[in-house]
Design a protein around this ligand. Structure first.
Ligand SMILES: *Cc1c(COP(=O)(O)O)cnc(C)c1O
Length: 414
């Protein structure tokens, strides 16, 4: 039976089939491949489809970067290396993953506060573009550049005076550990030049998990204006202007997919309006969640069923330790259910009695789905958490309670 509420969020979910298939494989086949449950599986086809949509909907001139922190799984990143124009990394580990793919180091951006000396040395040595987050960091990069006798490629990360409204996480319009306050940028650009650094880019990131095209369009407009003002004031000739992203995906009931065509049209207009000032620069969007979030599934199996004070519970073999965000403990203020299905019973009628799905951890925080309506649940059923490709496996406390780590796989033909 088609679950309309689910479909309004997950247009790609094919519920005409009896069983969920991912990358052309059934859950039983995937469980055999994994050798165990729980596991994460990422659908190569859905990742490619997202990138294709971005390519056809955003102006051709806009470069698409993948932010590795959303999902650093090696096969996923390696696959994306063939699809996107660059990577954004935020740690030494992510830098190594990005370099391992063979992508041109110039197309790697390294951002994040508090980069260590070994991180900065690795970045300068590799020739990736370093987003400068503080004045001291600028001085450190300059020293390292002298020591290693390499010209360091830098972008000034700007802490804008505006915010990306209606975002899951705001990163602008306030005091911030990220970037240089806009008013300080001209002084730091002058200092960077004095020190012989190559100021190749501006990096302006205003927020994350946003489903409101109008807010993103407004932030883009302000971002272009700020970039052009800085370019003109500082007489910059840039290779890149990274305008951030923040494109969200619908997780919860009543959320709607982002209107990407609207964003594409407004970017087109902004590119034309500011053509003169931006002529040498590539405009880059950096996206994590939007590219991989919908391609990921967390697959668990039911191990126990019980009733307590008239309420039904299904216990599954995975939970918060593998998927913190799904438990509601990764940035959510009020816990809401991720979309969850019984993967081997997609076509079965929904039982009107709600059931709560919980994990095996000895804490009441270990909720997989609170009071949801599902087909009748039985031992051995596959409970699958959808929208689990971003900030899921790698953003979870795997050590907590000492269970095994989940297997991660990439499925589907290339
Ligand atoms: C986390 C992050 C991203 C990716 O954000 P998504 O919401 O996953 O698209 C991009 N850029 C920077 C600077 C980030 O910190």
């Amino acid at each position: 039976m088609r679950n309309e509420k689910l479909h309004s969020r997950l247009s790609w979910l094919d519920e005409s089939s009896k069983d969920l298939t991912i990358g052309g494989m059934t859950l039983h086949e995937l469980a055999e491949r994994a050798g165990t449950t729980p596991f994460y599986v990422y659908d190569r086809g859905l990742i490619a489809q997202r990138v294709r949509e971005l390519r056809t909907t955003l102006p051709q001139a806009v470069k698409i970067h993948y932010a590795i922190k959303a999902n650093p799984q090696l096969a996923v990143v390696q696959y994306l290396a063939s699809l996107v124009d660059g990577f954004d990394v935020a740690s030494h580990g992510e830098l190594r993953i990005a370099l391992d793919t063979g992508i041109d180091p110039k197309d790697i951006g390294f951002a994040g506060p508090g980069k260590s000396i070994p991180e900065l040395r690795a970045a300068v040595c590799a020739g990736v573009q370093i987003s400068i987050e503080s004045e001291l960091e600028l001085e450190r990069v300059s020293e390292i550049s002298k020591t290693l006798n390499r010209i360091a490629l830098i972008a000034i990360r700007v802490n804008p005076e505006f915010e990306l409204k209606r975002s899951g996480a705001k990163m602008g319009g306030q005091a911030s550990p990220f970037g240089i306050d806009a008013g300080e940028v001209p002084r730091l650009v002058a200092k960077a030049r004095e020190k012989g650094l190559d100021v190749a880019g501006l990096h302006i990131y205003a927020g994350s998990q946003n489903l409101d095209a109008a807010s993103i369009i407004e932030a883009n407009r302000l971002t272009f204006e700020l970039a052009v003002e800085l370019i003109d004031n500082c007489k910059l000739s840039l290779r890149t202007v990274n305008i951030g992203g923040g494109y969200g995906i619908p997780y919860f009931e009543n959320e709607q997919a982002l209107d990407l065509p609207k964003i594409g049209a407004s970017l087109d207009a902004l590119l034309q309006e500011h053509e003169e000032s931006l002529k040498s620069a590539n405009i880059t969007v950096e996206l994590g969640r939007y590219i991989v979030g919908e391609a990921g599934y967390y697959v668990t199996r039911v191990t126990d069923l019980k009733t307590s004070q008239g309420k039904s519970f299904a216990v599954v073999d995975g939970g918060l330790h593998h998927h913190l965000a799904n438990s509601g403990n990764f940035g959510q203020v009020i816990r809401k259910n991720y979309p969850v299905v019984i993967g081997n019973k997609l076509a079965q009628p929904i039982n009107s009695n709600p059931i709560s799905v919980v994990g095996p951890l000895c804490t009441p925080l270990d909720i997989v789905a609170h009071s949801v309506q599902l087909p009748t649940v039985e031992i051995g059923d596959f409970v699958v958490v959808l929208q689990s490709g971003a900030y899921a496996c790698s953003a979870s406390p795997h050590q907590f309670l000492g269970h095994d780590r989940p297997v991660e796989m990439l499925a589907g033909q290339r």
